[in-house]
Each structure stands twice: as structure tokens, then as C-alpha cells.
Design a protein around this ligand. Structure first.
Ligand SMILES: [Zn+2]
Length: 372
């Protein structure tokens, strides 16, 4: 049963938990010293968190003086969350624990359709995944859904999605039959959440999602910036070439028309992996396509590093393949940017797959840890 805590106690309790979470394991005297609070306060809070099954004691550390100390460790499998990424042609589901480890995941090819049969299948897959994992239902904090589109501020309705050709879709319609708390997130925002959560030390970052559609997310002071209408970070529709190529949004010259993964994969039958294998093998025509793509991507990235002056994470489907080309991309941006040194901010993503599903699950893990 939840106990009532005073604000100060709750703050210390949260600080203790978050410190143990960050360190993995740490002794009680070290916690007291690091947080500048008394040892009895640490002992009291650790005890309360132990009683709730969130922390444990017992791992022995070798201290510098040769003495052994009992460490407090955080129980990563105390709670779990589910993330489901619904895209035009696939569904990905990930069950993660408090350490953001993927316990179970599944990815299936399935074309999106706005029908109850489709949503029933999504829910069936989620239940199947939880069943396989053996995780207790009451240990699941909630189920987040990542979806390409613009959402209401409360994350309970998809206002519209160009990609899925659907509007006014309630979260409850998708999740009917699930007995967890549920919420929606834009897919690029979810992927950005997964990436920035992984890089704990960075408070400001911009995530550029280079999938079949281009999206993005802005993080300021460790918070997702959504703008006034939940459209913040929709980098795909920034104008790259005035009166340029048509974009699926109906306008011309958007970044999406030049930098989506489809711009590359259409040359290899829709297979992005095949494009990069061919490029690596020295295919001349693919090299030409890549150079042209890179020149547009360079402008797009420069248009993000100049105003934001922070880390720019390159993700989406392309993120998986960019590591060998990151120096080339940085050099290319250095060749056009006003402020030299900015190009050091450019980095490939950490998650090669499932970033959006993990990010959707983090919609429950992050607040749990931050507000515990
Ligand atoms: Zn557009």
C-alpha cells in the first residue's frame, strides 16, 4: 500500500532512488556523502524503497581502503512497460524493464488499416508477448503506442496522420481489451526519447528521424519540446529547395522529399540494406545517388545545428547504416557551416531498431523513475 510522504522526504527518497539507478550499485555512506544528506535519512529511505521491492542490499564492493561494504542496488525487474510502434507496413512491440533492457520483442510485417480487426491483432500480439515473457501483469506500468502523426497534448488521440491516412483516432480504440494505462506518442518523438534517455548526460538534443518519412524531436533541458500545437520537431517539412520536389504533405521542396530513406532505397527495390551493401561494394550509380543525398542531408543537418547548437542524433531506418559514414557527414557539414566545431555534435543513433517501441514504453518508465 502507498504511504504518504512529506515533500522533503519524497524528494530525498527520489534522489536516493535515482542515484542508485544511475550508479547500478552504491553504498549507503556514499549515497549520504554524494547527496549531502544524513546517513539515517539514507537508511530510512533505502528501507522504504526495499519494502516496496525497488531496491535491495547485498552486493559487496571492494572499497579503496580494502574494506568491504554492503551496496544498495536497484532492482531492474521491479517494473516493466510495453511499447508498440505502429507504422504503415509493420508493427513492433517491446517489453522493457526499468533498466530499459528489452525483455521480449516482436516485429511483424503488417499493413496498417483503420479496422477493429487490425487493432484486435495488435492487442493480441501484446498479450502474447507478455504471456511469453512471464512478467506479472501488476508489474506493468503501462503500454505506450508510437504512431506517425500529430497527437492531442494528452496523448489520447491521434489528430491526423498523413502517412496512415487516418484522423481522430482514439488511443482507446487501438488498445481496447488491454487493462493497462495507455498513451500515444509521435513515432519520431518516441525514438528521440529512447535515444536521449540512453545518453543520460545530455540535456539538449535534436533527433532527426530518417525513415521512409522524415521526422524529428527536440529536447530542451531534458524535456521534449512539442510546441503550441504538438507539431514541434516536424523537420521533414522544413523547406530545403524552394519550389522543389513534391512532398507527400502536398507542398514542394520539403526535407522529406530529399532526405527520406526511400530516396535511397527506391534504387534497390525498396531494400535499404541492399543500398548500403551496394554502396560499400563500390557500385558507381549508388555512389552518385549517395553523394547527392549527402549534399541535401548536409544542408538539412546544418539547418538544425546552427539554431539549436546541440547534439544532433541521426536516427530512423537510416540510423542503422550511418556509423561508417559519420565522419564523411561531419566533414560535409563542416564544409558549409558558419560556426566550425558544430559538426562535432552530429552523431548516429544508438538504437538500430525498435527505438520508437522502446521510447513508447519509456513514456511510463521515465515518469516512474523521475516522480517516484
Ligand atoms: Zn512536406
Amino acid at each position: 500500500m502507498k504511504k504518504a510522504f512529506s515533500t522533503e522526504t519524497q524528494t530525498n527518497r527520489n534522489r536516493v532512488y535515482r542515484l542508485v539507478y544511475q550508479r547500478g550499485n552504491i553504498s549507503k555512506p556514499e549515497i549520504a556523502s554524494y547527496l549531502g544528506i544524513s546517513l539515517p535519512t539514507v537508511i530510512k529511505n533505502v528501507k522504504s524503497l526495499q519494502q516496496e521491492g525497488l531496491l535491495q542490499e547485498g552486493v559487496v564492493l571492494e572499497s579503496t581502503g580494502g574494506r568491504k561494504a554492503t551496496a544498495v542496488t536497484f532492482i531492474k525487474n521491479a517494473k516493466f512497460a510495453i511499447g508498440t510502434d505502429i507504422e504503415q507496413n509493420h508493427i513492433s512491440i517491446a517489453l522493457i524493464n526499468l533498466a530499459t533492457e528489452i525483455i521480449e520483442s516482436i516485429r511483424i510485417e503488417k499493413t496498417y488499416e483503420n479496422t477493429s480487426a487490425y487493432y484486435l491483432e495488435v492487442v493480441r500480439l501484446i498479450k502474447q508477448l507478455v504471456g511469453i515473457s512471464g512478467v506479472r501483469e501488476d508489474a506493468i506500468l503501462g503500454a505506450g503506442f508510437s504512431i506517425p502523426g500529430i497527437l492531442t497534448r494528452d496523448g489520447q488521440m491521434l489528430v491526423y496522420s498523413h502517412v496512415l491516412q487516418v484522423s481522430a483516432l482514439q488511443c482507446s480504440t487501438i488498445s481496447r481489451g488491454l487493462h493497462y494505462s495507455t498513451i500515444l506518442s509521435n513515432d519520431a518523438n518516441a525514438a528521440g526519447i529512447a535515444e536521449t534517455w540512453q545518453r543520460k548526460s545530455q540535456e539538449n538534443a535534436v533527433y532527426l528521424s530518417l525513415s521512409d518519412y522524415v521526422g524529428g524531436a527536440i529536447f530542451l533541458n531534458d524535456q521534449l519540446y512539442l510546441g503550441e500545437n504538438q507539431r514541434g520537431g516536424e523537420f521533414g517539412h522544413m523547406t530545403l529547395v524552394r519550389d522543389g520536389l513534391p512532398c507527400y504533405c502536398g507542398r514542394k521542396g520539403c526535407i522529406d522529399a530529399y532526405c527520406s530513406a526511400q530516396v535511397l532505397s527506391k534504387h534497390t527495390g525498396g531494400d535499404l540494406g541492399a543500398f548500403f551493401r551496394g554502396l560499400k561494394a563500390g557500385d558507381k550509380s549508388l555512389q552518385t545517388v549517395w553523394e547527392q543525398y549527402l549534399s541535401y542531408l548536409t544542408t538539412a543537418i546544418n539547418n538544425l545545428v546552427v539554431p539549436f547548437d546541440c547534439t544532433v542524433i541521426l536516427g530512423g531506418y537510416l540510423g542503422e547504416y550511418l556509423e561508417p559514414y559519420i565522419d564523411e557527414i561531419r566533414r560535409s557539414v563542416a564544409g558549409v557551416t558558419t560556426f566550425l566545431g558544430n559538426e562535432d555534435y552530429i552523431t548516429p543513433c544508438t538504437y538500430t531498431k525498435e527505438a520508437s517501441a522502446v521510447g513508447a514504453a519509456l513514456l511510463y518508465i521515465r515518469p516512474f523513475i523521475k516522480q517516484l
